[in-house]
Ligand binder design. Sequence first.
Ligand code: ADP
Ligand code: MG
Length: 274
Amino acid sequence: MSALPVIPVEEDDRATPILSIPIPDAARPSLALWVENLSVSFDGFKALTDVTLTLEKGELRCLIGPNGAGKTTLMDCITGKTRPDSGAVFLESRLYDLTKLSEVRIAQLGIGRKFQRPTVFQGHSVYENCELALAGKKGVFRTLFARLSPAERTRIDEILELIGLKDQAKRQAGLLAHGQKQWLEIGMLLAQSPTVLLVDEPIAGMTHAETEKTAELLTSLAGKHTVVVVEHDMEFVRSIARKVTVLHQGKVLAEGPMSQVQKDPRVVEVYLGE
Ligand code: ADP
Ligand code: MG
């Protein structure tokens, strides 16, 4: 893919059209997210070098690679937590300069992120947590726990069903099992209707049964959302993966169907070398 000119935007100027160049080839209607030319270094250490990632709508992509490969850094850059040295992201038919976008703006553009450690509101009920997430989406001051519209109630019910916590709705989130907290957090992300969902190491610390349920949940989200799962556990990846991207030393080493990638000698080598 050729490098495209990127027009910088003022960070908080939402009204500025980002780019008005002819739509690149990659901007097919089926394209959900396209990250181009992403590089970042920390004190001279190149954590990511020229990473390009193309995701189709509804895709479930696994991002794998040995420890230190740059997986979390890639998510940090895509979500604006870390400013890359260079990089552009094509979302919703526009090209944005990733070095200029704020974290808030990126979230508004439809990229949701689930961190490794669940960050639910422990003292509130499962239902209230979903409510808070919906309120956050509106981005307006609104009394917490003001009346929900029927549509909002329906949405929360759907989400609770999807994440398997319907019968736990009234339970205090802090009392949930580890796996349930993770699912609740995925539910809270869903309440914000992201186009792209980034999930970092979802099964860390989970029991076998929780892991299986998480695999089902993530698989069921694909189709409606574009899901990127970073995971270290290859068995889990095999259970959900269609297409995988392998990162190694901050670069894309291989990409393709799991069946093909796991036979790639370069991939085998980096995993054996761990
Ligand atoms: P992964 O998630 O694939 O295990 P990371 O993205 O966490 O890898 O890290 C990639 C590399 O970048 C590692 O060598 C890590 O030490 C380094 N790194 C990540 N974040 C920082 C930072 N904020 N400052 C310095 N080095 C960092
Ligand atoms: Mg990581």
